[in-house]
Design a protein around this ligand. Sequence first.
Ligand code: AHG
Ligand code: MN
Ligand code: MN
Length: 342
Amino acid sequence: MHLGTTLTQFIMEEQRRVPGATGEFSALINDIATACKMISNGVNHGGLLGVLGAAGATNVQGEEQKKMDVISNEIFLKRNEWAGHLAAMASEEMDEVYQIPAGNPRGKYLLLFDPLDGSSNIDVNVSVGSIFSILRCPGESKTEGPTPVRAFLQPGTQQVCAGYALYGPSTMLMLTTGQGVNGFTLDPNVGEFVLTHERMTIPADTNEFAINMSNYRFWETPVRRYVDECIQGKQGPRGRDFNMRWVASMVAEVHRILTRGGVFMYPMDEKLRDKGGKLRLMYEANPMSFIVEQAGGAATTGRGRILDLQPAGIHQRVPVVLGSRNEVERITGYHLETQAAA
Ligand code: AHG
Ligand code: MN
Ligand code: MN
């Protein structure tokens, strides 16, 4: 019988290799994993628990909240506010920074999350996920008064850890601390995540792209050019056929890309221009870019590396192009060519 490595064991063994590590980080990952298990349980039971459907409110982004968006947000907060590892949290579902309740100990990390990604899929029983990003809280904000927004505004290169949970046919947790990407599958009978996908790598080339084609008429020229060339297949300039996927859940798309390669785009378009893009930099684009880069892929806005962006706000949006390196470089190249010609 193969007993495997649990997530807790994996994190603690990694921690032992870091001189002076206090164990705080390992404990934080454990609490996040517990939150993901609880969300997984809610998602799995769906209609049986009465958690499907709309919550009847909109979030800070002006998007309709699902019941499960609100529940998942509560779960993340409750699992992470008590242990003393965090100075504050920020979430897609909350306008303001979430301060650690008075009386609870505070710690050195900041946690940002999208508690339920792809939530338009929840009512139709299609994969959803949770995305999170961990930053170090700059010194002065740890104990003195409320943690200010500016403590969070660090480029993605500063992330200590990023991960996502995928609630699909099986529940998985993918994690990077900057030493590659490892994947764990939840054994629901035991309630533990077990290491199943070691050191995941994204092939540099792919024949698969993912984009919401219904936005074609709003796209910029370089994105139209790229997709047009893919669709022309063997007869076109690429000389080979491409396949397309669109789950409408970034977690599921990134997971597919980690597993077999591909390119995912939510690019700038005319109707998104005022907002800056569709996806949120700090709890969608940055953690996913960190994971993708750690697996050997690339992630850009079409114009430059996502992880280098200096955030201006916790809910900032950005265009996203990520996945197999050679395709991402090609798409970025098309953007730069268009820019140079203008
Ligand atoms: P969220 O459910 O957290 O709001 O995120 C949904 C995001 C992303 O996961 C997905 O790729 C994209 O929005 C789907 O957009 P379309 O509805 O345009 O397909
Ligand atoms: Mn999302
Ligand atoms: Mn969400």
